[in-house]
Design a protein around this ligand. Structure first.
Ligand code: ADP
Length: 375
């Protein structure tokens, strides 16, 4: 292909910025292209990009021009930054009908992020709240198994002439999972922009209807992929879960920093300590297998709210494997723990979510039994 302005523009229609489902040409990011012999000057305008997102975009542009048009092209990319208030931009992307989006995240895998997500969701649905889960864990979507809807395939439907995906409902919770679209034994390697695009589509194209709370089960970690997800999805608040041992806490600090970055600034509703201790059957003695109260101390140290602790329960693991959330077990220690944590989460959310009308706050406070009204 010849190195011309037209060819370059056409090729750049295949490049997206991390976190956006639109390409850089249609979204207006690409401002100008100049070609002088084998030299190409490209001007871009970006709003609040992370350093990684910016670098990644530059590399993507260079790669695609070298691969598709002319491998010896000398490319010069000028990036102008236009400041946009991240809060305003995320509000403008609000999902119609969904009041609060709560991201559940962990810096490490296997610390109980999905367990917390499904149990909070089921606990709130049990009380009459309208709840959804978007399982965005691209590395290992376990929500379908834990909610007993493994292998289900969501239907495509038309709502007011537009194509939508119908979520799968289980235990009164509306579920959409990246796992519904990938095979169990299929290892999918996601790149940041691809994951953001797929998840943006899933979150905005799902027929959620009216929801009080939409839980987002994020992939574990704090890398580029997470940054672009957290930036692109309209998150109201986040919960960070960790186990109490030192190695996990060091990672948890990184997770906290990610949400606190200027260009993300998602409020942290609080920290949850999982696998806090173990009690043998018929014994009240607590064994602190991963250390005592590490997450509680971390929350004190960083002045972040502590939402609660979950002990190690064999029956909680069994319930998850069986596809029935432990929080639905009637008057059990497990259901009490998740009811308490969900109450604390909702309270934090209602205090911070200034957009909710007072009638909604009264309604939710009464359903959940938290004390947000009095604050
Ligand atoms: P993540 O989503 O962070 O990868 P999961 O929620 O999938 O972690 O939990 C990993 C495994 O640990 C699962 O088998 C789950 O059932 C189990 N598990 C999580 N929390 C507990 C707990 N408090 N007690 C017993 N098992 C737990």
């Amino acid at each position: 292909m010849k190195l011309t302005k037209v060819n370059i523009k056409k090729t750049l229609e295949n490049v997206n910025i991390s976190g956006s489902s639109e390409n850089i040409v249609d979204s207006g990011i690409l401002k100008n292209i100049q070609v002088f012999g084998d030299q190409v000057d490209i001007d871009l305008i970006l709003s609040n990009p992370t350093l990684q997102a910016r670098k990644k975009l530059e590399v993507d542009i260079m790669k695609i021009i070298h691969a598709d048009i002319y491998e010896k092209a000398k490319i010069n990319i000028n990036v102008k930054i236009e400041k946009v208030d991240s809060k305003i931009s995320s509000q403008s992307k609000k999902i119609l009908g969904v009041d609060s989006i709560i991201a559940v995240s962990s810096a490490k895998g296997g610390v109980g992020k999905s367990t917390l997500t499904i149990n909070l969701a089921a606990s709130l649905a049990k009380k009459g709240c309208k709840v959804g889960i978007l399982d965005a864990d691209i590395y290992g979507p376990s929500v379908p198994t834990m909610m007993d809807v493994e292998g289900y395939v969501p239907k495509s439907i038309k709502v007011n002439g537009e194509s939508r995906i119908e979520p799968i409902e289980s235990y009164g919770v509306k579920i959409m999972s990246i796992g519904f679209f990938t095979k169990l034994d299929q290892a999918v390697v996601w790149r940041g922009p691809m994951a953001s695009k797929a998840l943006n589509q899933m979150i905005f194209d799902t027929n959620w209807g009216e929801l009080d709370f939409l839980f987002l089960d994020l992939p574990p970690g704090t890398g580029d992929i997470h940054l672009s997800l957290v930036q692109s999805l309209p998150i109201t608040g986040s919960i960070i879960i960790s186990t109490p041992q030192n190695v996990a806490l060091a990672d948890a600090r990184r997770g906290i920093k990610m949400f606190q970055q200027d260009n993300i600034s998602v409020p942290i509703l609080g920290l949850v300590e999982n696998m806090a201790y173990f009690k043998a059957e018929n014994s009240q003695e607590k064994h602190y297998i991963f250390g005592e109260a590490g997450v509680r101390y971390l929350s004190k140290d960083l002045n972040i709210n502590f939402l609660g602790e979950i002990p190690l329960f064999k029956s909680l693991r069994e319930a998850s494997d069986f596809g029935r959330p432990g929080s639905l077990q009637e008057s059990s220690e497990i259901s009490e723990i998740f009811d308490d944590i969900s109450k604390n989460v909702v309270e934090q959310l209602l205090i911070r979510n200034k957009e909710l009308p007072p009638t909604k706050i009264v309604e939710i406070t009464n359903l959940v039994g938290c004390s947000a009204i009095k604050k």
